[in-house]
Design a protein around this ligand. Structure first.
Ligand code: SF4
Ligand code: SF4
Length: 414
């Protein structure tokens, strides 16, 4: 089928008007490479990497084409065959395989980054633009680094978490990598919210990064290794659900059954784990939100809008649940964000690898935010939080940006 219904929903097609940068064009390219009509050329690699993997095309495709799997397989093929330049290979392997795949290394890297952020150098570089002398790109992307939390969420939860005596549910929680180190507050808010809803929360220390960043960038061996470790960590815990607060992690962990399907030892437990994975919004809608004690910070009418994270709305098909939860808070006037499902440009590491395109998409998002002029923007993914915060700061817009878990904890538990 080549109906082209996906074309107007594809950000890279809308930006360029080029068929090769559309889902249909990319599918043709992938097919041609698979049937050996086309070599893996630089143009092919560029096109596969130019795709945001936002999966907006999947949502509208009447034939149910699994575009995300196609592009991720193509990226894996590029990676296995060492078709990329040495510098790209080096950076990908250094960051995705060596750093993000090893929790201790990532913790040390985050500590150094926090030291840099606190030392005054970070401020100086941003203020003077000195980094531009070395690299224009480095100067641009320094503004996209999230502020590292003073303490990781794992450390805080080990100290602060108190289990309930008679819990209604027993749920697992993935602390994640970026979420753990740069969004520790959001993780703690999520756990508090779960406890408020009668949950005993289990966060096994042996859990690791979910592997989604690696999988989306073609590093499937590293992604599978992380998936195996998480399957081991969360198996036999007698969980009612495994709750996630990062759309990208949730989308990938729901695929664990398929990712490990060819591994005799892991296929069955991975499929079991995948069935238990639920986004926090999905889980709270199922068990019912307890918003009976409205906090003082939430009193007074608030105009609230919601930005859909691609891996929640397009990969997991979750769009109603967060809206339903936000609307159920009595003081909220919910305003629908125009083009709320249009990618903000964050897309994993896309805003680093394709800075200019990512900023064009961010500008479009900011224009839409201006049209509704909210007090609060709510979203469900760390990448979106970083990207939107950058856009709001750049434009000097005084709008509060909150993760859904933080918004709901404020409303229900403070
Ligand atoms: S995943 Fe997003 S950017 Fe890629 S082809 Fe589909 S709609 Fe376009
Ligand atoms: S991917 Fe789906 S929507 Fe896009 S052209 Fe093919 S069949 Fe049509």
């Amino acid at each position: 089928m080549h109906c082209g219904l996906c074309l107007p929903t594809c950000p890279t097609y809308v930006l360029t008007g080029l068929e090769k940068s559309s889902p249909r064009g990319r599918i043709r390219l992938i097919k041609a490479v698979a049937e050996r009509e086309l070599e893996i050329t630089t143009g092919f690699i560029e096109e596969m990497n130019f795709c945001l993997d936002c999966q907006a095309c999947e949502t509208v495709c009447p034939a149910g084409v699994k575009y995300g799997s196609l592009v991720e397989s193509a990226r894996a093929q590029i990676s296995w065959g060492d078709h990329e330049g040495w510098s790209t290979r080096f950076i990908k392997r250094l960051f995705l395989n060596k750093l993000f795949s090893k929790a201790e290394r990532l913790v040390w890297f985050a500590r150094l980054l926090r030291l840099y952020q606190d030392s005054g150098f970070d401020w100086l570089m941003k203020k003077t633009g000195l980094l531009r002398v070395f690299s224009k790109r480095l100067d641009q992307i320094q503004f996209l680094a999230p502020k590292i939390s003073l303490l990781s969420s794992k450390t805080r939860l080990e100290r602060e978490y108190k289990a309930l005596e008679n819990p209604r549910y027993r749920v697992g929680f993935l602390t994640g990598c970026i979420m753990d180190l740069a969004f520790a507050d959001v993780n703690v808010d999520t756990v508090e919210l779960l406890v408020h809803h009668g949950c005993e929360v289990v966060f096994p220390p042996s859990q690791v990064c979910c592997g989604s960043l690696q999988a989306h960038n073609g590093e499937m061996d590293a992604a599978r290794s992380l998936a195996r470790q998480n399957v081991e960590a969360f198996t036999d815990l007698n969980l009612d659900a495994l709750v996630m607060n990062s759309a990208g992690c949730g989308a990938f962990m729901k695929e664990y059954g398929s990712v490990l399907r060819n591994e005799a030892e892991y296929a069955a437990p991975a499929a079991e784990i995948a069935k238990k994975v639920k986004d926090i919004s999905e889980f709270l809608c199922e068990i019912g939100l307890r918003a009976n004690r409205l906090s003082s910070r939430m009193r007074g009418s608030k105009r609230v809008t919601y930005h859909d994270a691609c891996h929640l709305v397009h990969s997991q098909k979750i769009s109603e649940e967060p809206r339903k939860l936000i609307k159920s808070i009595p003081s909220v006037e919910f305003v629908e964000l125009p083009e709320s499902t249009w990618c903000c440009g964050s897309a994993g590491v896309y805003n680093i690898t394709h800075y200019d395109t990512a900023m064009e998409l961010l500008d479009r998002k900011i224009k839409n935010i201006r049209r509704v002029d909210p007090d609060i923007i709510v979203t469900s993914n760390p990448g979106c939080l970083v990207q939107l915060e950058h856009g709001l700061r750049k434009e000097g817009m005084n709008i509060e940006l909150l993760h859904l878990a933080t918004f709901l904890r404020r409303a229900c538990c403070e």
